[in-house]
Design a protein around this ligand. Structure first.
Ligand code: FES
Length: 203
């Protein structure tokens, strides 16, 4: 096992569960951050830490799409194409993003700036079509706005992307517009996840 497995946070995670097997998901997340994505070595480490078999760890990692099995670009653009978003033009939004970012669905752009993926429902059906960038949500996105968002990312290379800001710039109708803004409410204006940026030069 590699050095990350002796980190204090690993000890803390393992200590949070009466059965260490239950720690498989947070440990996979930490391992993925260490290795850049969910590599075979990462899964092997988690298996040894939890006492699960490699096959069991792999079955968890392969079920949840947020455990990436390959390097991911600086900006992971996820486009919902499930029923509500499909009916509201999600496929056109995906096509616009693929074209503007020069990144086919399921792939990462040369240099690693963009990864593009279509995803199942991301819980924003009332604001369809919905898009996420590094898991920050933008709702009511039209194809032209999606293109503008790609250009904004490419030209500005923001270190962090925030849902409220992207919603203001590129979004339309939201599911709920009465919630506190990230800059005003209980939540700090922090990104949901640190960017991956594990493929190519990224920025
Ligand atoms: S169908 Fe797209 S967010 Fe639910």
């Amino acid at each position: 096992m590699t050095s990350w497995t002796t980190d204090e946070r690993v000890t803390r995670i393992l200590g949070s569960y009466p059965d260490k097997r239950s720690a498989v998901m947070p440990l996979l997340y930490v391992a993925s951050k260490e290795y850049g994505y969910t590599t075979s070595d990462a899964m092997r480490d988690v298996a040894q830490l939890t006492g699960l078999t490699g096959a069991q760890v792999q079955s968890v990692a392969s079920f949840y799409t947020m455990y990436k099995r390959h390097g991911v670009g600086t900006y992971l653009v996820s486009v919902c194409t499930s029923i509500s978003c499909m009916l509201r033009g999600g496929d056109d939004v995906l096509a616009a993003i693929e074209d503007e970012s020069d990144t086919p669905d399921g792939e990462t752009s040369d240099g690693g700036l963009f990864s593009v993926e279509h995803v199942e429902c991301i819980g924003a059906c009332g604001g369809a079509p919905a898009v996420q960038v590094n898991y920050e949500l933008v709702e009511g996105v039209e194809p032209d706005q999606a293109r503008a968002m790609c250009r904004w990312l490419r030209d500005g290379r923001p270190d962090v992307v925030l849902g409220d800001e992207m919603q203001e710039l590129f979004g339309g109708q939201r599911s709920f517009d009465w919630g506190p803004k990230e800059t005003e409410g209980a939540l700090l204006p922090l990104p949901a996840f640190e960017p991956y940026g594990t493929a190519g030069e990224g920025r």
